[in-house]
Design a protein around this ligand. Sequence first.
Ligand code: PEP
Ligand code: MN
Length: 357
Amino acid sequence: MIIKMVSGATDAQVEAVEARIMQEGYEPRTIRGVAMAVIAVIGKRPEYLIDKVLSMSGVDQCIAIEKPYKLAARDFQSGWTEIGLGEATLGSRDITIMAGPCTVETRDQLLTTARGVKASGGHVLRGGAFKPRSSPYSFQGLGEEGLKLLDEARAVSGLPIITEVMEPGTVDVVQRYADVLQVGARNCQNYPLLREVGKTRKPVMLKRGPSVTIEEWIMAAEYVLHGGNMQVMMCERGIKTFETYTRNTLDLSAIPTIKRLTHLPVIVDPSHGTGKWHLVRPMCLAAIAAGADGVLIEVHPTPDTAMCDGAQSLTIENFAVAASDIARVAAAVDRQVPGFDANGTYIGRGALAGVAV
Ligand code: PEP
Ligand code: MN
């Protein structure tokens, strides 16, 4: 922690702060400039002193320099967090492709998408049953009925399921059906929900809030880890900026940043990140080149009739093209997409007996 004194602070004010710091068992190191004094506080985790010192006369600012998160920190764990999801393992060389509709609409829509995603090389099926909609008048999702359809789609396709959980009270029911619990962008800092998913032993995908900083996002992950659930993956899905052409601004720099600061896998969602289907494939490729461990893509058999997010959804055919291109970029950066060769050819079809597109 660093304490900046106001310009023109008196010696007596500086000495009083130094004395207070020593009284708490820390060591003050003071640098006196011409107009201003700065005091570095040496010792383990002095942040709790901030409030005590800020109220003292002559103090301008207290800046915490120690990282506030522990369990998520890169130095807490030597290797990457590994999370097995069907044929792919996050945190390894594998690139994991998660795809499916924004929302579960009908049995036919979901099963058609599930078959298409599987046959095109996807590893995890996504689909919302409890939907966070900006308007209370929009379709809110099928609820548990949607979870049952996801259960059936898993049986048909063999793909693990990721679906969103919105409230602490529904964690129990959602985790009975889901293989991965998705905490949506709007709930990134819903601490009661984070605590609740932290009590489960299901992998959690934590989306970045639209206005959440990198550090706040990692602190949100810390809540889940603190609950004892160490299977957390981070998902960049775009943030609010002044740009309006895209739905959000996909922050690709978050990928290497999270990987520098934490040991957690990073997924990128270019569908919500851009809001435009034609930007999804290029942003997937950029994400993989930047070091992402996987992508989350919205896919719909007929995007123009989708109940939700059709404009950012790929057709099954376009998803197959994107998956193949992802495999080629993955090979170029020394990663691999399970089921694909380095030329982007899907070779996993042999294992798909009985799954028709
Ligand atoms: C979603 O993935 O279905 C979703 C609602 O995304 P986000 O939370 O990123 O808005
Ligand atoms: Mn969506």
